[in-house]
Each structure stands twice: as C-alpha cells, then as structure tokens.
Design a protein around this ligand. Structure first.
Ligand SMILES: [Fe+2]
Ligand SMILES: [Fe+2]
Length: 477
C-alpha cells in the first residue's frame, strides 16, 4: 500500500504485464503462504472426494433416471478435481501428503450426513444447495486471497473447478426445485443443520472464525449402508422381461440394418444398468489408489452416456422408449449375488468380448450402413469408449491375476453363476416376457414412412436359451 504501482513505466508498448495473469497491483499483494494454501487445498480435496463418494453411492438406488445419469456425470467431474487437487498438493513441498487424513471433524459429519440423507430431496439439497455452493465460495475466496502470480497454478485449478461446479449447480438447482416437497419447515431444518456444521468448521475452507453451534448427527448417527438394489422411476416397466434377444437379431445377416439400429438403441439405453452396477464396485472397493476411482468413474459416466445415446436415438425415430422394458435384472443380480471383485470380472469379461470383429466395430459398421447418421456416430464413439474401458480393465482388474487368460476365465465363471432362469421368472409371476419388438418396429416404420417387413415384424427370439453373448445357457445355469 502507499506505493504507486509502476505498471506503466516498465510496460513495453502497452503490452499487458505478468503474462496477463494479474494486474501489477494485484501481484504485489502478499497472499496465502504455501502452508495456508496447502491447508485449504486439502479441504477442497476432501470435499470433492466426499462429493464423489455420495454421487457414486447413490446412483444405484436412485429411481429417477435423470438423477442417475447426472450423478454419474457429477461423480466423474468430482473425481477429476480430486486428482487435480492431489497433484497440486504434491507440488507444494508437502510429503508425506496426508491426503487420507480427515481435515476437519465438522466437514466429516457434514458429508456423512449428506451421504446418509434418506430422501432424494434431502440428498439433492445437501449436494446442490449446501456442499457445492460452499465449495464454490471457498474456491472464489482462494482466488481472491492468494497471490495470483506466485500461486497461479492453484488459481488455475480453482477457476477450472468453478466452471464445472457451475454446471453441476445449474442442473442441481433445477433438480432441487422440481423435487421440492410440501414440507418447507423440514427442508429448512435440514439445510440449517448442514450450514451449522459448515460454520463450526470455519467454513468449507476453514478460513473463517469457527463457531460453536450445537449440532448432533441426524442421519449419520448410524453409519451409512450402501443400498445395492437398483431402482427405477415409473417410466421403466416390466423389469424382468427377457422376451426379446436383441443380439440374435443384430447378428442375423439376413435382417435389415434399420431393424438392427433399433436393437442397438435398445442395447445402448439398457446400459443404464452398468452405472448401477459399477457404482457398487466403486463403493464397495475401498483402499485403492485414486487412479482407480477416477478411471472407474470415467467409465461409469461413459456407460451413462451410452444409455442416453440410446434414449436420444429412440426419440429421433419417434419411438416411445417408456413402452419398452429397459430391464435391470443384470445390475440387480450382480449387485446382490456377487462380490465387488466378481462383478468387476463379469464387466471385464463382457467388455473384452466386445473388442473382436463381431463386437463394437460391427455395431459401428451396421450404424454407418444403415444410413442413420446418428446411429453411425453414436456407435463410433461407443466403440472408442469401449476400447478405453478394456484398457481400464487391464489396468485395474487383469493385474490382480497371474495372466489375462485367468482374469477372463474368472469373469466368465462369475457371469455363469448369475444367469437368471428365464422360465422361473415367468413361473414366479415376475414377468410374462412379453414380446415388445413388433410395436417398436412398427412405430419406427411409421416414422420412416415404410411398410413393416413381415419377417422382421415377426421376430420372436427370447433369452430363454441364449445369453447376451449368444452363448448357450447350460441346463443348470
Ligand atoms: Fe457401454
Ligand atoms: Fe463399457
């Protein structure tokens, strides 16, 4: 203060100083020390980690499809920022990093409460009305208080994180208002409890004066237990229906490509069961390096995108997908019958099977050949994503085995264990295995302005005797 900034006297031909990162007077401000900076970074890191945990753990049992897919995205975004924060902390003379240490008990209770929130509304309020806005506020304050030149790498991280937090908040605030129930008092009490915890911790960044408000654990008084049973909203019908085998049509050379496109859209949309299942692996596999959670979360988000590509595909063809049984027996069976490592085995077994000629390349070729530009494009990216997923599987699953062959055999064995019995499902009254194909095909034909092909219309192959990889189901399985 008091010293006139010398910005103009040394500036060269009016060029901005300091590589444009700050005005001279801002760069002359003594800001946070490395120690203060690291202390705050550890709290942002912790917040992103716990947000990632909540978003992930709540995907499976969340019935509303739009929330399931948004949680998939938001979990991945948080996982990316966790990584960025870890990398930055490691640059700042900090070993041992102590990144597994809880930086503040109040923050711990705050995120425990959000994770355990019993209703979707309370969960959404905790995430989008309290935690993320508090985190954004902390990052803005960091940018404001640190030296913009000396701590530029952190400033950059904060700015990039804020862009994505704003995306999450834009979705979240709409979600919160659409979920609002008729009990504003209960809502206010819940938000107040969370805000009291923040106040007791001196804010999310711990940079404010700590308060001493009395707060008792509410929902987290009993430790949170992950719910592995997938749920869907009312648009999803007939969950046990295995009456249409899309793979058998897709690989039937005599079938027309337009019909195959419909089956591919179905297969894509059905993939919403993969995030439901992967969320269980991630949630129930503690103690891995962060790279594991980051890459698995990326894959989980990709699978949610694949489902939405199917949704978009159907809408583009005027097909009402809510009439199609988008089943969730796969995630249900895996989540309730297998352990996390066995589930990962099944996932890897299926995905590596998609790599040969008959898999993802074939689907892309069918998409292109169909003349439906969207189908070709979606399969193009779907194929690229699956190549990435096979690599993620090699990094985090196959390495647990003596050989790739052993890893694949284990996955096959685990999958064979859970194949659900087609006839038993019907006998138990869970489904009639209704053949929904003719209606969907007829709807699309109407959109195309063509008469349905009788043979395609009459397609009637179920999963009674064949698995999705077209392997015969053994009598015992
Ligand atoms: Fe996929
Ligand atoms: Fe995949």
């Amino acid at each position: 203060m008091g010293v006139e900034p010398q910005q103009s006297s040394h500036a060269y031909k009016n060029l901005p100083p300091l590589a444009g990162v700050a005005a001279m007077e801002d760069a002359m401000r003594a800001g946070l020390s490395v120690e203060q900076c690291v202390a705050r970074l550890k709290r942002y890191h912790y917040a992103f980690k716990r947000l990632h945990q909540s978003f992930t753990a709540r995907i499976t049992a969340e019935p509303i499809y739009e929330l399931k897919t948004a949680f998939s995205l938001h979990a991945w975004l948080c996982a990316e920022h966790v990584q960025a924060m870890r990398d930055r902390i490691a640059e700042m003379r900090e070993p041992p990093l102590g990144l597994d240490v809880v930086p503040d008990e109040s923050l711990e209770i705050l995120f425990d409460e959000i994770l355990a929130a019993p209703t979707t509304e309370e969960l959404a309020l905790g995430l989008y009305d309290v935690a993320l806005p508090a985190l954004k506020g902390a990052l803005l304050r960091h940018i404001d208080e640190t030296n913009p030149l000396a701590d530029h790498p952190t400033v950059r991280l904060c700015r990039l994180a804020i862009i994505e937090i704003d995306d999450m908040l834009a979705f979240g605030s709409r979600a919160v208002s659409s979920l609002a129930n008729a009990e504003p008092q209960a809502t206010a009490a819940w938000v107040a409890l969370l805000n009291n915890l923040l106040a007791n911790g001196g804010g999310l960044d711990g940079a404010s004066t700590r308060e001493d408000r009395s707060v008792a654990r509410k929902y987290s008084a009993k430790p949170y237990v992950y719910d592995p049973v997938p749920r869907r909203d009312e648009r999803f019908v007939d969950p046990y229906n295995r009456g249409v085998n899309p793979e058998a049509l897709l690989y039937d050379e005599s079938m027309p490509t337009e019909a195959k496109v419909l089956m591919m859209f179905f297969k894509r949309l059905r993939e919403i069961d993969v995030p439901e299942m992967m969320a269980s692996i991630i949630t129930q596999t503690p103690g891995k390096p962060w790279g594991y959670y980051r890459e698995m979360s990326r894959q989980l988000w990709d699978e949610a995108r694949h489902a939405m590509m199917g949704e978009v595909g159907f809408i583009s063809l005027g097909v009402d997908w809510t009439k199609i049984p988008i089943t969730w027996t796969w995630s249900l069976n895996l989540n309730t019958q297998l352990g996390p490592m066995e589930r990962h085995g099944v996932l890897y077994f299926i995905e590596q099977g998609l790599m040969p000629r008959t898999g993802k390349r074939y689907e892309w070729e069918v998409g292109v050949a169909s003349g439906d530009a969207l189908a070709g494009l979606f399969q193009d990216y779907d194929w690229a994503d699956e190549v990435l997923h096979a690599a993620i599987g090699r990094t985090w699953y196959v390495k647990e085995f003596a050989s790739a062959k052993e890893a694949i055999a284990y996955g096959d064995e685990c999958w064979s264990k859970v194949v659900s019995d087609f006839h038993e499902l019907k006998e138990r009254g869970l489904t009639e295995h209704r053949n929904w194909w003719p209606e969907v095909y007829a709807q699309a034909c109407k959109h195309w302005g063509v008469e349905p092909d009788e043979r395609v219309l009459n397609y009637d192959v179920t999963y009674a005797n064949t698995r999705a990889d077209l392997k015969e189901i053994s009598a015992s399985g």
